[in-house]
Every structure is written in structure tokens, then in C-alpha cells.
Design a protein around this ligand. Structure first.
Ligand SMILES: Cc1cc2nc3c(=O)[nH]c(=O)nc-3n(C[C@H](O)[C@H](O)[C@H](O)COP(=O)(O)OP(=O)(O)OC[C@H]3O[C@@H](n4cnc5c(N)ncnc54)[C@H](O)[C@@H]3O)c2cc1C
Length: 496
């Protein structure tokens, strides 16, 4: 598969990008001035706006152009001890800071104007053990699949190459193999964490087990994770399929997505996909694609039979390794400004098709927006995937019941800042009005996945109330000063 094809399939190829020169560097906040000065006295390589690598750090490493901001300085810790010292400095200076792992989350989550940006790329150690892998938070999932390939093993992580390990592991983690092994968070066996007061601890099933649970979906509300230990699985080869359909195939395609969500086997096969629809509002041409992966070497992969029955314009089946599959699945940074909006429903093919049609019609309202790149994305949260957490003795904060769900999402790319408000309003209103119809029909779920959510959404509102109360209690005991609520800027914060 060549790069162009993979990018087209992922809906990332054709939007025009607008570069950000960061010419309007903002005035540092008082606390950040203090912290930046003290960081640069203590550590080498702290980056300031006058330094050549500032734009690379403050802008180039982000997926969403809207995330490009102007931090007062950028600190790149090289060890957990350095993170710990920095945390003490942030406390004593009362400095606001943001943290970037792979830089894939939406705007307002991983960068900061006038504060300190902590960029984790130097925390890039990786150690493959017998049935686990220890991973620094500066790494991407491609790094993990590459390190595991010689051992014939895989981890449960991101479906695209350059997504960061830390963000995805802390918010949940949709992968191809969720139905058999659970979400990425269900496969973290240990977290090394620097707490808000600089203390370093390790949370496992038997040590700090309350924090261990809270980090499974609790995002950046508890501390800065400096090492993840992930379970790995024996899987030397995977069977893959790439299929592209034209507009007439889209109702069948969405039916096949619902079939996947409804699969509820006792011994599931590890198989899953990226399934999305692209619409070109200028040419009025729609197409859909599935990128499917299944454990083992049966070719074509059996789980995708319903997709293979639909007439396709492209169909490529292959047997390969996870690393090789991920090689071309890049999600290049700085392609466009992006707004996500997402809601969840029980699998109902007729309704899913009606949502797709309503979205396609509505895109015409914004067809004049420069660099418009609208994509309709689906994700499957199956019953067996939820059952992993319900039966493993640990659980996770989501508390999803073991029934199938479809997560539907509008991912809208565009070029110019002048359209930011218009796109957000359009995307939000459309998602909310379609969700309201599902509420009336009794097929809506309030579950919101942080990785698919727009920054206007509140994923904690869809988590069972008792879990949110427990998360807050755990936060009070591990971060009594509220450093990760008060000073750590961005992401989805657990309310007070
Ligand atoms: C193109 C694309 C494809 C995607 N595909 C998938 C997919 O296949 N499956 C899926 O589940 N999700 C997917 N997502 C969503 C993705 O998982 C989230 O955006 C995730 O947060 C990205 O992690 P990151 O490390 O790259 O992000 P970042 O933006 O660097 O970090 C995300 C959040 O975590 C915080 N954070 C980062 N590192 C740490 C740390 N060590 N300790 C504490 N907090 C930290 C940051 O401050 C930020 O708030 C995708 C997103 C994009 C843009």
C-alpha cells in the first residue's frame, strides 16, 4: 500500500495546510517566568522563543494546527527524576504547565500560551520482556510495534503509526484487537507516576491499586506517567484487508459496521478496523473505506466477510506483521485545523445510515469553507471488549456494560482560523441534534470517548456517577494540592 493511498483512506490527504509562524509569542505568566528561569539554571536544553528549535516544539509536533501555541519555555525531561524536580519547581513557582506525548489530542489539551510546555520525547526507553514491554511516554505506537516485531509479539495500542503511547493509554485505547484483549488501558500492568508534589510511585494491581484503576481512563488528572508496562501477545503475523467503496455501497458498509458491533462470541477472534466515510463537498463524491486487521494468517481475514461481500473499488488482502501494517498508516502533523464531535448509540443500521445522510446533507452548508475535509468516522465498542474489564478483577473508569455500541464521529478539517467558530458550531449542533433523535428512540448512550470527543464535550458526564465519585476521591488522596487540576493545563479535567 503506498503512502498516498493510506492517507487518502484515512481522510488526511487533501486538505490544505496553513503554517503557523508563532510570531505573536505571548507574554510569559508570572509563575512560568519563575519556573523557566529555574529550569534553565537546573537543566541543559530548556528551549525559549529565541531558540531555533522553538517552533518545532511549540507547533510542528502537533497534529491539529489549532494546538500551536506559544509557551514561555519548553522543558524536555530525560528521566523520571527530572520530571520530579520540575514538578517541585512548578509547585514552588505556582507555574502553569502543559504536557505533550505524541501530540495527537485536540487543541487545548497539550500545549499552553505563556506557561511551561513539558515535551516527553526524551523519555524514550523501551524494554521488551517475556510477555510485557516497558515503554517511555515519549514513544509512539509504531515504536512499540517495531520493538515487538522481532519477538513475534504485539501490544494493544493505536491503529495509526504516530499516535503517542501516553495519551492513548490514559484515555482508553481503541485498537483492532479490543474484542479479545480489551482496550489499551486494560493492558497496562504498571504505571510509573510522578505525582503533583514530585513523589514517584508505581501503581499496579497490588500497589496503589486505587490509582491503578483510576489511570485506566482517568487521563491526565492524577500525575505524569513516566513509564507504562504493557502486556504483549504472541502474534507473529496478522491478516489485513483494505477495502474502498463508492457511494452506492455505503449503506451496506454501515450495515457491516453494525454487524461487527453486534458480534458477541464467548471466544472472540481478535479482529477490528478503522471504518470511515469521506465526502468531497466540491465534487459531491462520497466514498467509504475499511482498514481491517485480524490475528493469524487466514487470507482473506474471515471477520470481514460482510465487508468483502460489498462491491468495492479497491480490495487488498495481505498477511503481514503489525509493524509492517502500521508503516504506511501515518497521520501527518500540521495538515489542518480539526474539530471532532462524537456521540454513541446502540447498533442500528437504519439509524446509522440516516445519521450519515444527515451529515452529508449538512456538509453542503459549509461547502465554502477553505480547505474543508469532512469525514464521518465509526468506532465499534463490542460486548466482549467491555467484558474484559468486567471480569479481570481490575475494571476501568468507563464502567461500560457488556453490550455492543457504535461511536459515531464527525472529523472536520479546514484551513483558516477565521472559520474556527463556524465549524465548531456546525459540528456541535449537528451532533447534538442527531443524538437527541437517538435519545427519543431509546438507542442513545451517553458514553463519550475522549479520543473522539471535541473539546466542547464532557466525557465524564457519560461515566457512571459512582465511578466519577471514586475518581475524585482518589484524586484527593494522590493530588491533595490539586496540581493536575489547577496548574496542569488542558485535556479533559475531572470537575470539582
Ligand atoms: C489521526 C488520529 C488517529 C487516532 N486514532 C486513534 C486510535 O486508533 N485509537 C484510539 O483510541 N484513539 C485514537 N486517536 C485519539 C488519540 O488516542 C488521542 O488523541 C490521544 O490522546 C493521543 O495521545 P498522544 O500521546 O499522541 O497525545 P497528546 O496530545 O500528547 O496527549 C494527550 C493528553 O494526555 C496528556 N499526557 C500526555 N502524556 C502524558 C503523561 N505521560 N502523563 C500524563 N498525561 C499525559 C496530555 O497533556 C494531553 O492532555 C486518534 C487521534 C488522531 C488525531
Amino acid at each position: 500500500m503506498n503512502l498516498f493511498l493510506s492517507l487518502s483512506l484515512l481522510g488526511l490527504a487533501t486538505a490544505s495546510s496553513s503554517s503557523n509562524s508563532l510570531t505573536d509569542v505571548v507574554t510569559p505568566q508570572k509563575g512560568a517566568s519563575c519556573a523557566c528561569k529555574r529550569l534553565s539554571r537546573t537543566f541543559d536544553g530548556v528551549i525559549f522563543p529565541k531558540n531555533a528549535s522553538y517552533t518545532e516544539q511549540a507547533a510542528d509536533k502537533y497534529w491539529d494546527i489549532r494546538a500551536d501555541l506559544s509557551p514561555a519555555c519548553v522543558f524536555l525531561p530525560a528521566s523520571a527524576d527530572e520530571v520530579s524536580k520540575a514538578m517541585s519547581l512548578f509547585n514552588s513557582c505556582n507555574a502553569q504547565f502543559a504536557v505533550r506525548g505524541g501530540g495527537h489530542m485536540n487543541a487545548r489539551s497539550n500545549n499552553i500560551d505563556g506557561g511551561v510546555l513539558v515535551a516527553l520525547e526524551k523519555l524514550n526507553d523501551i524494554q521488551v520482556k517475556k510477555d510485557t514491554v516497558e515503554v517511555g511516554p515519549g514513544l509512539t505506537w509504531y515504536d512499540v510495534y517495531s520493538a515487538l516485531e522481532p519477538h513475534g509479539r504485539v501490544a494493544i495500542g493505536g491503529r495509526l503509526k504516530t499516535i503517542g503511547v501516553p495519551g492513548l493509554s490514559l484515555i482508553g485505547g481503541f485498537h483492532y484487537f479490543n474484542s479479545k484483549y480489551g482496550y489499551a488501558m486494560d493492558n497496562v500492568v504498571s504505571y510509573d507516576v510522578v505525582l503533583g508534589n514530585g513523589t514517584q510511585i508505581t501503581a499496579t494491581k497490588s500497589s496503589h491499586k486505587d490509582l491503578f484503576w483510576a489511570l485506566k481512563g482517568g487521563a491526565n488528572n492524577y500525575g505524569l506517567v513516566t513509564k507504562f508496562t504493557l502486556r504483549t501477545y504472541d502474534m507473529p503475523k496478522v491478516s489485513t484487508t483494505i477495502q474502498v467503496y463508492n457511494e452506492s455501497g455505503i449503506p451496506d458498509f454501515l450495515n457491516a459496521v453494525c454487524d461487527m458491533a453486534l458480534l458477541d462470541e464467548k471466544d472472540p477472534i481478535a479482529a477490528g478496523m478503522v471504518a470511515s466515510v469521506q465526502y468531497n463537498a466540491t465534487t459531491k463524491v462520497t466514498s467509504a473505506s475499511v482498514l481491517g486487521v485480524q490475528e493469524g494468517i487466514s487470507k482473506p481475514p474471515s471477520r470481514f466477510a460482510n465487508f468483502s461481500a460489498i462491491p468495492a473499488t479497491t480490495r487488498i488482502n495481505n498477511v503481514t506483521t503489525m509493524k509492517q501494517w502500521a508503516t504506511d498508516l501515518d497521520s501527518p502533523k500540521q495538515m489542518f485545523r480539526v474539530m471532532f464531535s462524537h456521540k454513541t448509540m446502540k447498533p442500528d443500521a437504519e439509524v446509522l445510515v440516516s445519521i450519515y445522510k444527515a451529515w452529508k446533507d449538512a456538509v453542503d452548508q459549509i461547502a465554502d469553507v477553505e480547505g474543508l475535509y469532512p469525514t464521518f468516522v465509526t468506532n465499534v465498542a463490542s460486548a466482549p471488549a467491555a467484558r474484559v474489564a468486567l471480569t479481570n478483577g481490575v475494571g476501568n473508569v468507563w464502567g461500560l456494560e457488556d453490550t455492543g455500541h457504535i461511536l459515531w464521529q464527525f472529523s472536520t478539517g479546514w484551513a483558516l482560523a477565521q472559520d474556527d467558530l463556524r465549524i465548531e458550531a456546525w459540528s456541535r449542533q449537528l451532533a447534538e441534534s442527531l443524538h437527541a433523535i437517538n435519545v427519543e428512540k431509546g438507542i442513545a448512550s451517553e458514553f463519550v470517548y475522549m479520543g473522539d470527543a471535541g473539546e466542547w464535550q464532557d466525557p465524564f458526564a457519560g461515566i457512571p456517577k459512582e465511578n466519577v465519585a471514586r475518581m475524585k476521591e482518589i484524586r484527593s488522596s494522590y493530588d491533595p494540592e490539586g496540581v493536575f487540576s489547577r496548574l496542569n493545563w488542558g485535556g479533559f479535567k475531572l470537575g470539582l
